[in-house]
Design a protein around this ligand. Structure first.
Ligand code: G16
Ligand code: MG
Length: 212
């Protein structure tokens, strides 16, 4: 039996993945870099500066650190505009039921998002108090696919990684869960999330008792 479930936020609980996509797309195209859904897939779960580096690798010139910080700031301001009007209506189908089912089963609940806006998003969604522990992305040195963020959540929940179920929609996120030694539930397409132990299309198909 699992003792804890650790959820990703963007693309699992709510569709902020789409807002990140819109914000990065505007920035990429302003810099003359082609940007589509397939490229965006590689950015999911990757932190802000890491994502920017991947985008600018396709640009015709190089950028100073100052320019990069300014671009990252501009992207974040655009993203914050996009999430400003979020509410409980933006919870993905099945998200609240999944959190309630984990709670009812007596398991601990963690959140592992590398987003520095995660606390804001949780507040807007009205679900902050449903988590026993939320990792503060500002304290994480390594972005997904590094296992640090999931290992930090497990440690703070007081649960061994092998007793944790991780839930992720991103390739880098599933890699982070597997490197942490946890069981991985993918949300999305099994052809994309090939390292997940099981893949479901969305949390409305979440059935805790069926895993492992
Ligand atoms: C999320 C998104 C990434 C984003 C990152 C950093 O990670 O999936 O696309 O680049 O957060 O977000 P911010 O710029 O708000 O700090 P996760 O771990 O929640 O999937
Ligand atoms: Mg995600």
């Amino acid at each position: 039996r699992f003792k804890a479930v650790i959820f990703d936020l963007d693309g699992v609980i709510t569709d902020t993945a789409h807002y990140h996509y819109l914000a990065w797309k505007r920035l990429a195209e302003a810099e003359g870099v082609h940007f589509d859904e397939a490229f965006n897939e590689q950015l999911k779960g990757i932190d802000r500066m890491g994502s920017l580096d991947l985008i600018l690798a396709g640009a015709k010139r190089t950028y100073s650190d100052e320019e990069k910080l300014a671009l990252a700031d501009a992207k974040n301001r655009h993203y914050q505009e996009l999430i400003a009007t979020m509410s409980a209506a933006d919870l993905l189908p099945g998200a609240v039921d999944a959190l309630a089912a984990v709670r009812a089963a007596g398991l601990r609940i963690g959140l592992a998002s590398v987003s520095k806006n995660a606390f804001t998003v949780l507040e807007r969604l009205g679900i902050r108090d449903r988590f026993d522990y939320v990792v503060d992305a500002a304290l994480i040195a390594h972005s997904k696919p590094h296992p640090e963020i999931f290992l930090t959540a497990a440690r703070e929940l007081g649960v061994n990684p092998v007793d944790c179920l991780g839930v992720e929609d991103a390739v880098a996120g599933v890699a982070s869960i597997k490197s942490a030694g946890m069981w991985a539930l993918g949300i999305g397409n099994p052809d994309v999330l090939t390292r997940a132990d099981r893949v479901i299309p969305a949390l409305d198909r979440f059935k805790l008792e069926e895993y492992r």
